[in-house]
Ligand binder design. Sequence first.
Ligand SMILES: NC(=O)c1ccc[n+]([C@@H]2O[C@H](COP(=O)([O-])OP(=O)(O)OC[C@H]3O[C@@H](n4cnc5c(N)ncnc54)[C@H](O)[C@@H]3O)[C@@H](O)[C@H]2O)c1
Length: 455
Amino acid sequence: MDAVKPVNEQETTRTGAGLAEQLRQRIADRTATVGVIGLGYVGLPLILTFSEAGFPTVGFDVDVQKVESLRRGRMYIQHLDGARLTRAVSGGRFQATEDFARIAGADVVIICVPTPLTPQREPDMSYVTSTVRQVAAHLREGQLIVLESTTYPGTTDELVRGLLEETGLKCGEQFFLAFSPEREDPGNPSFSTGTIPKVVGGVDQLAGDLAQAVYDTVVKRTVRVRNARTAEATKLVENIFRAVNIALANELKMVFDRMGIDVWEVLDAASTKPFGFMRFDPGPGWGGHCIPLDPFYLSWKAREYGVTPKFIELAGEVNVRMPEYVIEKLTLALNDRRKAMRGSRVLVLGIAYKKDIDDPRESPAFEIIEGLLRLGAEVSYHDPHVPKAPRMRSWPDLPAMSSKPLCEELLRGQDAVVIVTDHKAVDYAAVARHAPLVVDTRGVYRERLENVVKA
Ligand SMILES: NC(=O)c1ccc[n+]([C@@H]2O[C@H](COP(=O)([O-])OP(=O)(O)OC[C@H]3O[C@@H](n4cnc5c(N)ncnc54)[C@H](O)[C@@H]3O)[C@@H](O)[C@H]2O)c1
């Protein structure tokens, strides 16, 4: 299929320029209302940042419970400061609503809804599509629409623009459209929405200018790229880079394990090279809403152009196999102790997808728990950040579980403990002291210990 040509500068009419100038003025004097759709890990910190910069803001979500929490000033994302929300609500510059008719009242509309994969590992654009239809139903002249959800190159130009133009309003003339990917790193205290450089690309020059003007008010640095496709591709490259390097680290772990070499000791040593090396750590698989999903957005779209990116598929194969590898290592370690998996008590330590956060989405912990249950183990878990294991879309049959308090008695009562997530809040020395067998997938223990198996 031929790529749809982005609208270019010449196509932008004087009407467009006039409307853009009005919006630019409202952005400059902070009277433009900023609407954010999807108040999750990305949308909520973003809207708070705009409200703190002095803009009137309206947040939209289909989840009525979230909207209600926000109205009451109750924060539901653990790593965000609740005081920011309280200030935003009491300051009168932030409102949350499930009434999408209020989109008409926003000058800038930013879309931050999920972009998962279907069970066939293809882009699931249903959230973006239904949100854009809602925007289209209330679209008016002079609005800037920005998509932030991670997606394949061409989404903004083809899908979003097409749906919005079904209203009869013309992109670049009556409304403006851009893409700007999010780069949140939840739980990382060194960076926040305002301090992470933000990539911006418009479907035309005016839209790019406007989107840049908006983000310039809240982030230290905006990085302008040629068009929306380039911005979409930039985000995918960042995550593909991580996916491929995590897979390489995981493959090296399995190779070195066979050779009796400790991969973490190798990585500690290799990391002393002051140039040309970037460390990635192996683990029990991959997790989170981005790394296991986003790369497949590119391989899906690339097939339309007759190319198959092999690195992405290979990284997928290696990373997806890791939970099975962990289970194999545990099975062998139990076997060495004359124990079968069936009937063994196994404590999974950490179910969030990475350390020190409360987000369990796509965590390899669930794959491991399901595999252990299938083999007949009695499984429980401890995670200081996830008191209750939520129902997961990909593992609907897992039983309801709650985090067990970590204590000597619990550890001594296990046949094995599997460290899946290395949260700082856990006393790992105590774990090794009391548990009869520990399977360490994160390189928590650098020293060799009798009862610790690295996996
Ligand atoms: N979480 C991250 O660290 C991160 C980082 C970079 C990019 N992203 C990308 O940002 C996007 C959003 O991710 P997230 O982590 O914030 O997801 P999330 O699940 O935390 O939040 C999405 C929100 O959108 C709401 N929602 C779903 N459908 C809706 C609709 N039709 N209308 C209005 N609201 C709707 C949900 O109720 C939820 O509150 C995704 O494309 C993701 O890939 C996420």
